[in-house]
Design a protein around this ligand. Sequence first.
Ligand code: 5GP
Length: 191
Amino acid sequence: MNKKGKIIVISAPSGCGKSTIINSILGSGEIQLRFSVSATNRAPRPGEEDGVQYHFFTTEEFRDAIASDAFVEWEQVYPGRYYGTLRRELSDAATRGENTILDIDVKGALKVKQQFGDDALLIFIMPPSVEALRQRLIKRGTDSAEVIAERIGKAEYEMSFAPQFDRVIVNDDLPVAVAATESAISDFINK
Ligand code: 5GP
């Protein structure tokens, strides 16, 4: 009998170490997981490659994909910037029995849960506190005070969705958070 692939969704406010946690889990090879490559109309950042971090679409291509029902979910995560999970990313994996990890925003995560139910595990990565997140963003030194205030506001909004997730993992200490995430994923896959 073919085992059906499962879906793991990771969401977190920006600056909570989500990408580091995902990359560390994918890199360790302890769990066999495929990364779902989303589509976006934002421009690639230096070092990003089409088809690797994202499928980089024009706004028109993104609209066409919406019209042809190519997305499981899509969101305007930032003004004018669209992100979406392509159906084919999940259906191909499901037929091959592969487990897939998604890095998407909170609203997208809940839409995936609505569609996949118990076949999807939603994990929310939480900062130890809003103040700790503020300190992290200040330390990173890449954002102005205004941008930091905006990010904090968005983080508080996103944190209000945490109770709707299956698991909430606090990233206070990175190796601990990675281990907790990894064990939540293996429990779910092996259940
Ligand atoms: P970035 O532009 O920094 O790569 O991503 C910005 C945000 O978009 C992140 O919070 C990321 O989780 C979210 N995101 C990436 N892909 C998707 C997607 O397919 N759907 C949704 N809803 N959000 C996404």
